[in-house]
Design a protein around this ligand. Structure first.
Ligand code: DX5
Ligand code: ZN
Length: 215
């Protein structure tokens, strides 16, 4: 069964308590929280303060996706805010190994994210240190974008790398995930589905989560 991680970026921010309650009472496994700094990506979302508020309202695991430069300066802050998984971008981390070790030493799981143009081969010497690989299926920065088809190949490739080393590492796919492409993503090897607009803009978000979970 896939792990379903609705992305709060697509929630109605005027009704956050209701959105949290909906997720708490749904089959969602994780909350996916997108942090953007206006530098690594051309958008600014929200910061640790909001994550901390969500933490008080939520009963689920927090999957925090850092789309920021110098993420090492914020690892401890997001741990305190309630992150269970902290994912940093390969492209933002010249000292990725150090970043991953820092996240784990703070007691969180560590993920590494790849932009659409970054080949999965760059993970060769860091794979055994991470708990999750996040394959971006859109260019990071905005919700509601069109899914990039080459994602299927990248998921298959990273799955083969993981299996070849008999590692236990999750593969998360983020951006443009819908009921139409989710099944094939899981077949390719994804185990965590992030869904923003597909969940929050659905007529019945709880039912949409259940349908994704049942794939
Ligand atoms: C994009 C974010 C995504 C985004 C996904 O930069 O990382 O998590 O919220 O939104 P949808 O599912 O609407 O494409
Ligand atoms: Zn994300």
């Amino acid at each position: 069964m896939p792990i379903i991680a609705p992305s709060l970026l697509a929630a109605n921010f005027l009704q956050l308590q209701d959105e949290c309650d909906m997720l708490n009472n749904s089959e969602a496994d994780w909350y996916h929280l997108d942090i953007m700094d206006g530098r690594f990506v051309p958008n600014i979302s929200y910061g640790p303060m909001l994550v901390e508020f969500f933490r008080k309202a939520s009963t689920k695991f927090f999957d925090v996706h850092l789309m920021i430069e110098e993420p090492g300066n914020y690892a401890e802050i997001f741990k305190k805010a309630g992150a269970g998984m902290l994912t940093v971008h390969y492209e933002a981390c010249p000292h990725l190994h150090r970043n991953i070790q820092q996240i784990k030493s703070l007691g969180m799981q560590a993920g590494v994210a790849l932009n659409p143009h970054t080949p999965v081969e760059v993970l060769k010497d860091i794979l055994h240190d991470v708990d999750m690989v996040l394959i971006m299926s859109v260019n990071p920065g905005f919700g509601g974008q069109k899914f990039i088809q080459n994602t299927f190949n990248k998921i298959r490739e990273v799955k083969a790398m993981i299996d070849a080393k008999s590692l236990d590492i999750k593969i998360e796919v983020d951006g443009g995930v819908t009921l139409e492409n989710a099944g094939e993503l899981l077949q390719a090897g994804a185990s965590v589905l992030v869904a923003g607009n597909t969940v929050f803009k659905a007529p019945n978000p709880t039912e949409m989560i259940a349908r994704l979970k049942a794939l």
